[in-house]
Design a binder for this molecule. Structure first.
Ligand code: NAI
Ligand code: A1CAB
Length: 271
């Protein structure tokens, strides 16, 4: 499916690099099928040296020579990027935007009529082929182009098609989610250290506890609360720990975090 396709990345920052690394390690794409343009020459040199991908002199040349163009710049930079490529898309490449908040309507208003556009919300675990991505399909995208887009993101983890109206909530949950989980991981490791464990031991135990718990939820398909009950003996240790988390409002804080990130995604789409 990827044979002879030329993939262009505009923007090779954290998320662009995660996708490039994931795609090169898990899909049949070869480094010389991927080109990049980034305003930062330091960044371009780093990506060329690390992944042996091609460099483009500017966004317009990259747009003109790509079959699939991935826009991986910040939402605040998107209108400038669209302005720079719109005259170079007469060959109708598939355009994929991963920018938080930027709607298909805004993207199509900035690109030539009839451009096939897919809006995607990936996340950084794509770097290790464990990404979670959702894709929303624009009007002019053919079934075959949608298959290519899905195959791209399935190569680096789970990828599902959703209606565009869910994209801001997805951004708040799985787009930003790795940061919440990392904060929890960091805190648990520090908690182990606070109780006197060597840092490396605390790290290993924390990571295996998270991995094991995720597998348990996936494999048993039981409600998380039912599994939580199995760990919580009457008058035991776990209920004391849970009492503190409930007192401190951790459940509500996580809900508010996802809500705040979702609202910010909507806000970015309006600015
Ligand atoms: N970092 C994350 O976890 C995720 C990010 N996203 C989205 O991905 C996009 C990129 O985010 P990050 O990679 O985190 O940001 P970043 O700041 O790490 O990367 C953006 C890159 O774009 C380059 N750039 C800036 N202006 C440019 C221009 N005019 N032309 C070409 N390159 C330009 C910058 O030099 C930088 O390397 C954003 O829209 C974000 O909403 C989506 C999902 C997750
Ligand atoms: O913080 C951000 O805006 C991006 C979007 C999703 C994850 N990071």
């Amino acid at each position: 499916m990827f044979e002879s396709l030329h993939i262009g990345f505009i923007g090779g920052g954290n998320m662009g690099e995660a996708l490039i690394k994931g795609l090169l390690s898990a899909s049949p794409l070869l480094p010389d099928q991927i080109s990049i343009y980034d305003v930062s020459t330091t960044r371009m040199k780093y990506l060329e040296a690390t992944y042996k991908i091609r460099l483009s002199a500017n966004a317009a040349d990259l747009a003109a020579s790509s079959d699939v163009l991935i826009l991986a710049v910040k939402p605040q930079t998107m209108s400038e990027v669209l302005g720079g490529i719109q005259a170079h898309l007469s060959h109708r490449p598939l355009v994929i935007s991963i920018a938080a908040g930027i709607s298909l309507a805004v993207l199509s208003a900035g690109l030539p009529e009839g451009t096939p556009i897919v809006r995607v919300m990936p996340n950084t675990p794509a770097l290790v082929l464990q990404g979670a991505s959702t894709l929303a399909r624009g009007t002019h995208v053919t079934d075959q182009q949608m298959e290519v887009a899905l195959a791209f993101f399935q190569a680096v983890g789970k990828a599902i098609e959703v209606q565009e109206q869910w994209m801001d909530a997805v951004t708040g949950l799985s787009g930003s989610g790795p940061a919440y989980v990392l904060l929890i991981i960091e805190s648990l490791i520090d908690a182990g250290v606070l109780m006197g464990l060597p840092r490396q031991t605390a790290r290993e135990l924390t990571l295996q506890t998270l991995l094991g718990t995720v597998s348990m939820v996936q494999e048993t398909a039981k409600h998380p609360a039912a599994l939580k009950d199995l760990i919580t003996s009457p008058g035991g240790t776990t209920i004391r720990g849970l009492q503190v988390l409930e007192d401190r409002g951790v459940r509500g804080a996580l809900m508010e975090a996802v809500e705040a990130a979702t609202l910010r995604s909507r806000e970015l789409g309006r600015s």
